[in-house]
Design a protein around this ligand. Sequence first.
Ligand SMILES: [Zn+2]
Length: 402
Amino acid sequence: MARLCALGKNRLGVPGVIHFTVRSAGCTDHGWMRVRLLSLLVLWVLATPVAGSELRWEGPPLPDDYRGPMLVDNSQYRYTAHDMLAFSTAEHLTDSFPELLPLRSAIDTWAARVGIHPRLLSAVVRDSFAGSTVFGDWVDQNTVAQLAAGLGEVYALRASDPLAASQAVAAVSRALGFELDLPADLADARQLVAAPTAGPPLFGYFQPPWEIGDTWSGGGAHGPSHNALDFWGDWVPWGGDTTPYWVSAMQEGVARVWSSCSMSVIHPNGWTTSYYHLDNILVADQTPVLRNDRLANYADNEPQAICDGGFSTGPHVHMYQRYDGTNISVDEANVDFTAFSHHAGVGDYDTNCDRSWYNHFTVGTVCPNWDLLLNDAPGPGPLFEDGFESGSTANWTSTILQ
Ligand SMILES: [Zn+2]
């Protein structure tokens, strides 16, 4: 009879991304049992969705105690829905920093990801390179990503401070040891164009970011203010076939295509939804899209998935949302995916269904990672004829598939 003994906990996963805590049932003196447990564990880990692509500051501590004078007015930091449609980073770089043109798509992607105006981000990027050659390769792209991450972390901590944006740029320049030489007018307030409606819409504005009738899975919330979720139609490893799975517009709007793997949709009421790790983008920049229109596949290979830098643990779409330039948690009341509300849990990528779950209007709790989410939004046409406030799903039929 095999002698069992406790193995305790093994913490597995990708550092800084997602971890699985595994408690094995026991062990034995017989080596084959260990091998079998190990192989089961490996198979389980390989089969487990590990969607992850979180952007975090990885540099030295950020000294956020800058007290003045004003370097950047907070209005210059903000990247509103109107800005996302009206501002051309390509034109700005051509006019002001042509040496950064190889990084145009990375600046657009990480500006959209963090919610920082690309004019400010490009100025900080220019100062960080301090005259050294810009290649625009993955290393340079990640410099942009890291600068955006650092700026975003300090700004989010200090957002109520009039010096928040100044503290953010001072923090990253001091942490990385480069001199700031920002355009003087960044210290001036600018007139922001307000979103056309006052406040976030109510329940039912967005459908899930895949086609009506399809069932996908979703992970745990992450990103600035928990404003991001990962979704995939079926869990396949790199090299698997992702062509059946179409990321689709969550609501009508105008497409901004930042690169071959990155795009946003600017919705008419001040909301924006953005998508990363894409391939086969079907829509052109600055063209209108309708709800449920196919936008792109998510990429089946890592280089394409991270074409503007960052990382990804496997094929999926990273979706994030903002209202008028502000990152809004997927947990926020009234910010739900039509049939699904979401409870974000603790920290990033919480997939413990006791704390983190989707809630289907008629089905109830749907756990992240494993359960399937059916997009049963009505379509086409407006979701609710009487506006965003109806919340009515009386006509929907819903099934949870496990
Ligand atoms: Zn993600």
